[in-house]
Design a protein around this ligand. Structure first.
Ligand code: FAD
Length: 302
């Protein structure tokens, strides 16, 4: 069996595995897609000490760093069940069962897609999901934010300080965000809010040039000229496979304490799959290191 088995191979998982291996622990890492969300990212400018990198390059660097250590890397492996017996058992989709004294879950999350024409086509070409990451790219340009919940309104407020103009599109007749956020939003001079509208299409040629939407009260179709569209309709943690075992909040995020421990003794979690409020590479890496040290602490006491 492993001392520490990491499930998930994004920034959090890679960092956890390296920290575990550096303690001389027998470490394994099982991941569906090594590199995680980083693989889908174009430019990265906020990974501190690295002025600019690109997702595939950072993903390759993660793997290279992991390979410096005697870590058992199991790629293309998806966990489907976790059970605490004498050891912790993780069953993979392949049917194989991995056993470990401690497990670190770092299965990440995925942005909810809106599923309209143009979304996939213009991803990284004007379609964005993360204002902290991509906001500065749209400096001085008109953008839209799709989604009137807390994350959408926070994004709109954030972007309004950088871009020329922000149009918020909300499907329902009212915004769902907290009232304080709405008040702040409405106090800004360069924001327009469209409610009861449905995004029909994101338009463009080689990159985004606008968006068509349906006014749900009249059925009329309108077009906005834009250079960026931020889609903020929810982040879905990849934690379904933990049903009935590891405690999660209403959004499906794994509840962890300050050491990354979950409600199941010996099971830790890190990164975007947890209740950590901000989902960023540097934060995921930090929490992976934290969970590995938490797991190490657990192992020397048990
Ligand atoms: P992920 O990166 O999501 O990795 C999860 C890992 O778990 C993957 O290996 C996945 O295949 C695996 N996995 C999932 N389910 C299972 C399962 N059941 N069994 C086994 N393995 C599983 N952050 C920044 O800091 N700067 C940026 O510029 C930036 N830009 C971004 C751009 C885009 C388009 C996206 C989508 C995200 C961006 N982010 C950025 C956010 C950043 O990528 C994430 O915060 C970070 O990758 C989270 O790391 P993680 O390890 O927690 O999860």
């Amino acid at each position: 069996p492993f001392d520490i088995l990491v499930v998930g191979g994004g920034p959090a998982g890679a960092s956890a595995a390296i920290y575990a291996a550096r303690k001389g622990l027998r470490t394994g890492i099982a991941a569906e897609r090594f590199g995680g969300q980083v693989k889908d990212t174009l430019g990265i400018e906020n990974f501190i000490t690295v002025r600019y990198t690109e997702g595939p390059k950072l993903a390759a660097n993660l793997e290279e760093h992991v390979k410096e250590y005697p870590i058992d890397v199991m790629k293309l492996q998806r966990g489907r069940r976790l059970e605490k017996k004498e050891l912790i058992e993780v069953e993979l989709e392949s049917g194989a069962v991995l056993k470990s004294k401690a497990v670190i879950i770092s299965t990440g999350a995925r942005w909810r897609n809106i599923g309209v024409p143009g979304e996939a086509e213009f991803k990284n070409k004007g379609v964005a999901y993360c204002p902290h990451c991509d906001g500065p790219i749209f400096k001085g340009k008109p953008v839209a934010v799709i989604g009137g919940g807390n994350s959408g309104i926070e994004a709109a407020i954030d972007l309004a300080g950088i871009v020329e103009h922000v149009t918020v599109l909300e499907f329902l007749p009212e915004l769902k965000a907290d009232v304080v956020l709405q008040q702040r939003l409405y106090s800004l001079p360069n924001v327009t809010v469209l409610k009861n509208v449905q995004t029909k299409e994101i338009t463009g040629t080689d990159k985004v040039n606008g968006l068509s939407y349906i006014d749900r009260s009249t059925g009329d179709i309108h077009h906005l000229e834009l250079q960026g569209v931020f889609i903020l309709i929810g982040l879905i943690p990849n934690t379904d496979w933990l049903d009935g075992t590891v405690e999660r909040n209403q959004c499906g995020e794994i509840i962890v304490d300050s050491r990354g421990a979950t409600n199941v003794p010996g099971v830790f979690a890190a990164g975007d799959c947890t209740t950590a409020p901000y989902k960023q590479i540097i934060i995921a890496m930090g929490s992976g290191a934290n969970a590995a040290l938490g797991a190490f602490d657990y192992l020397i006491r048990n």
